[in-house]
Ligand binder design. Sequence first.
Ligand SMILES: CC(C)(COP(=O)(O)OP(=O)(O)OC[C@H]1O[C@@H](n2cnc3c(N)ncnc32)[C@H](O)[C@@H]1OP(=O)(O)O)[C@@H](O)C(=O)NCCC(=O)NCCS
Length: 223
Amino acid sequence: MAAGVQPEAVRVIWPVAARRGTYYRLPNSPAALHAMASCLTGSDRQAARRHRHPERRRAFLIASALLRFALSEVLGRPPGRIGLERRPRRRPRVLSPRWTGGVALSVAHTERWILVGVLPGRLRLGLDLEQAGRQPTANLAQRLPWPDTDKTALLLQRWTLVEAALKAHGLGLTGLRALQLRGSGHQGWRFLSEDWPIRSAALTGLPGYPGVVGAVAVAEVMP
Ligand SMILES: CC(C)(COP(=O)(O)OP(=O)(O)OC[C@H]1O[C@@H](n2cnc3c(N)ncnc32)[C@H](O)[C@@H]1OP(=O)(O)O)[C@@H](O)C(=O)NCCC(=O)NCCS
């Protein structure tokens, strides 16, 4: 890795099942891409071409490099030797699951930040990050599975809790209809989607300007 910007480890405390994961953040900047370029492979660069917008392409590349960096730490393999699959509108996936023993990946970006997570085991992981001050559209806000009387989380925080849960489930936005809120506690919120229990919690303690609101979710995959 070139000198300069370095991946910043992010500590996740809730949900408890997410603690075993490895999480890193980087600025979404040309300097970060330059610093991480040695982690990228030809297939990452090829996959990035599907994004026409240069900033989106850069975010994709930084996320790929950061996933490889985190996976290398978790799996003890060189970043470029890990089979990483990046499919449109799907979660990233590690190929060759036999030797990994199962590992879940997730990516979130804002205009300014990239966040990735690697969670070993059979659970599924979802991360979401939004620039503080953004708001979901009125239509999306209305569809969030929260009773009107429940004001325990601000709208943008609710949105990230839901997005992280949807990413953990793997359906993305199309899964919103099936997502039910089942309860909350000091460790976060419990959701259910098509019989899958999902726990989602606010990601706190992420310093930096501009500020972000984020969430981490873990889904138990039903056999
Ligand atoms: C695509 C979606 C999963 C997230 O979109 P998003 O919030 O714009 O983007 P994020 O940066 O948080 O996440 C994008 C990453 O999610 C991952 N992802 C995409 N589809 C996924 C799915 N079905 N399941 C799990 N992860 C998925 C990918 O890794 C993607 O990054 P990549 O394309 O570089 O690989 C989907 O839920 C969506 O379209 N959401 C609407 C976004 C919106 O309206 N936001 C308003 C916020 S105020």
